[in-house]
Design a protein around this ligand. Structure first.
Ligand code: AMP
Ligand code: MG
Length: 327
């Protein structure tokens, strides 16, 4: 049996969802990035249920979601001028900041770290839920650990349906790729995970940002394991755009193309095009749902066409590489 799904834009849905959060239950809700699996961030028993439902290892900390900037005092002990500038520029929005943690946040939420990850989602349903619950809401993506993130209520229901109390449906996520994570806990700002907010946009506001350049180097960051966002079908990222693989006739293979592959004969069993016009925003929005579609076909392999690692292309390539890393 699946869990209950309600339209998130109705006040009675928000009231019920907030009651569940306050009572220590789990509610999946839409954000502009992906669907989150939310619980009261200040309740360790509720957080334990999130880890259990997702089968998420407890060394992987959760992001705490706020309804407004005033709420930050309940979860962080200090907000530097740089942090404040970023919050003013990009919140609500897909930027997660790592700040010194307040004692009230349970160690389970932050995986024992002295810091906490926070953001304000740019989605009216998400913010209404947090405001009505009257507490910060800790929420990882609403999918079994390691699998492709959910961008529709149906994805949530497919992966975790019977493990959560309620799903709020807000339609497909507008951005489709997770938030950008920036640490302000060290001497210099450091990009921990590329995401929906581009590095270029952040640098326009605060100047240079350090970044680890490969998934190998970010492996020391909790939760940034090289393999993640992974399909069950093996994925290979092609060496360059428009460089198609030589296929053996007996293999059933799919292609995840960045833009319309005009020059292809019918050698692929299935082709999904992230953006017919080659628009990175559209590509990011479709990335996870198209990976899921191809994954559902029982193919032998999925080939993914790469894009340039600029702007949103940095986050798209990060997700494709992690998906393609062998287990
Ligand atoms: P998600 O899986 O999208 O919910 O994002 C959670 C990720 O945020 C984790 O896997 C970590 O990589 C990162 N994160 C959360 N809290 C912290 C923290 N205190 N310090 C560093 N990274 C964090
Ligand atoms: Mg996740």
């Amino acid at each position: 049996m699946g869990s209950r799904v309600l339209w998130g834009d109705r006040p009675e849905s928000i009231r019920l969802a907030a009651e569940i959060i306050r009572a220590g239950g789990l509610v999946a809700f839409p954000t502009e990035t992906v669907y989150g699996l939310g619980c009261d961030a200040l309740n360790p028993d509720a957080a334990a249920k999130v880890f259990e439902a997702k089968q998420r290892p407890t060394f992987d900390p959760l992001i705490v979601h706020l309804a407004d900037q005033a709420m930050i005092e309940t979860v962080a002990t200090s907000v530097s001028p740089v942090a404040r500038r970023l919050m003013d520029a990009f919140w609500p929005g897909p930027l997660t900041l790592i700040l010194p943690k307040h004692l009230s946040v349970p160690d389970l939420v932050t995986a024992g770290l002295p810091t906490v990850a926070v953001r304000i989602p740019d989605h009216s349903v998400a913010r209404a839920l947090i405001r009505e619950a009257g507490a910060p809401v800790a929420a990882p993506s609403a999918n079994p650990f390691g699998y492709v993130s959910p961008t529709t209520a149906q994805h949530v229901s497919d992966g975790l349906g019977d493990r959560i109390d309620l799903i709020l449906d807000g339609g497909p996520c507008l951005l489709g790729v997770e938030s950008t994570i920036l640490s302000l806990a060290g001497a210099r700002p450091e990009l921990l995970r590329p995401g929906s907010l581009t590095l270029e946009a952040i640098q326009m506001v605060i100047g240079p940002v350090d970044r680890a350049t490969s998934s190998q180097e970010t492996a020391h960051v909790p939760g940034q394991s090289p393999r993640h966002y992974a399909t069950r079908t093996p994925v290979t990222v092609l060496p360059a755009p428009r460089v198609w693989p030589v296929l053996r006739g007996c293999e059933r293979v799919g292609l995840l193309a960045m833009s319309e592959p005009r020059d292809l004969a019918g050698q692929f069993h299935a082709i999904e095009v992230l953006s017919p016009s080659g628009d990175l925003r559209e590509a990011a929005r479709h990335l996870f749902s198209m990976l899921r579609k191809l994954d559902a076909l029982g193919l032998d392999r999925i080939y993914a066409e790469p894009c340039a690692e600029q702007g949103l292309g940095l986050a798209i390539m990060d997700r494709l590489r992690r998906c393609a890393t062998p287990s």
